[in-house]
Design a protein around this ligand. Structure first.
Ligand code: ADE
Length: 252
């Protein structure tokens, strides 16, 4: 059994509490598959007002997170362990965009992954120079802080650790594992307000069901995210289906 380890540095530990204490992430921690420690940056300030940010040199709007509390917090969490046991990621819109491939890479990480979540405008550049190994963004938009981004990274990464998802859960969420968007899903009733479940899914013919699902996944990807098709491993059968789908779409 392997444990995925995170340390999250934040000014707002409360933002992380809910998602980490529910459902799959909670169970993963109880089973020892996931360990998440949350560190309050403000605890590492030294003045009586616990000041973590200050105005920018050179002027301008917004505040900047001060370097001292962050350096101290990172030193505290690393204390007593070798430096090479840690990997520090700063969450920021300036980072490389996080995706399924990044999640797979992090899920194999043996080091403790330190996630630095800034709040306010910016983090003093010297933190990046002295502490941060890599910057990650969760998308091309700006959040009020990095905490939600840290949760996204933890969630998407932890579910790839063997044992975190039960068989049923992994079967339900396997979009992107294949590099394609997911096929549609249905459950009972077979007829809901006149909307029917596709016949093939009721047929019990596993090969036909497999083909239908693959075709639907290819179709969804072709229609909604054709860019993904550039990087997927496609079989000859997939290519034939895609050619058919392209014709169908042109005719519609
Ligand atoms: N902090 C603010 N916006 C962010 C984003 N898009 N990704 C990661 N961290 C952020």
């Amino acid at each position: 059994m392997r444990t995925l380890n995170f340390d999250v540095l934040t000014l707002f530990p409360g933002i992380l509490a809910g998602p980490l204490n529910e459902s799959i992430l909670k169970r993963a921690q109880e089973r020892g598959l996931l360990d998440v420690r949350v560190w309050d940056i403000r605890e590492y300030t030294e003045d009586k007002h616990k000041t973590a940010d200050d105005s920018p040199f050179g002027g301008g709007a917004g505040m900047v997170l001060k370097p001292e509390p962050i350096f101290r917090a990172v030193e505290a969490l690393k204390a007593g362990s070798p430096e090479e046991d840690f990997f520090v990621i700063s969450l920021s819109p300036q980072g490389r965009v996080f995706n399924h491939r990044e999640a797979e890479r992090l899920s194999r990480e043996r080091r403790r992954i330190v996630l630095l979540s800034g709040h306010y405008e910016a983090i003093d550049e010297r933190v990046k120079e002295g502490v941060v190994d890599e910057e990650l963004s969760i998308g091309d938009y700006v959040l009020t802080g990095g905490e939600l981004a840290a949760l996204v990274v933890i969630d998407a990464t932890a579910r790839l650790v063997p044992g975190v998802l039960g068989d049923e859960e992994s079967a339900c969420f396997d979009s992107f594992g294949t590099g394609l968007l997911d096929h549609p899903h249905y459950t009972r009733p077979a007829d809901f307000r006149g909307m029917q479940v596709p016949e093939v899914l009721l047929s019990g013919n596993h090969e036909e069901i497999r083909k239908w699902r693959r075709r639907q996944a290819l179709k969804a990807t072709l229609l909604k995210r054709p860019d993904l098709l550039q990087t997927v491993d496609l079989s000859d059968e997939d290519r034939a289906v895609l050619a058919e789908l392209e014709k169908e779409i042109q005719q519609e």
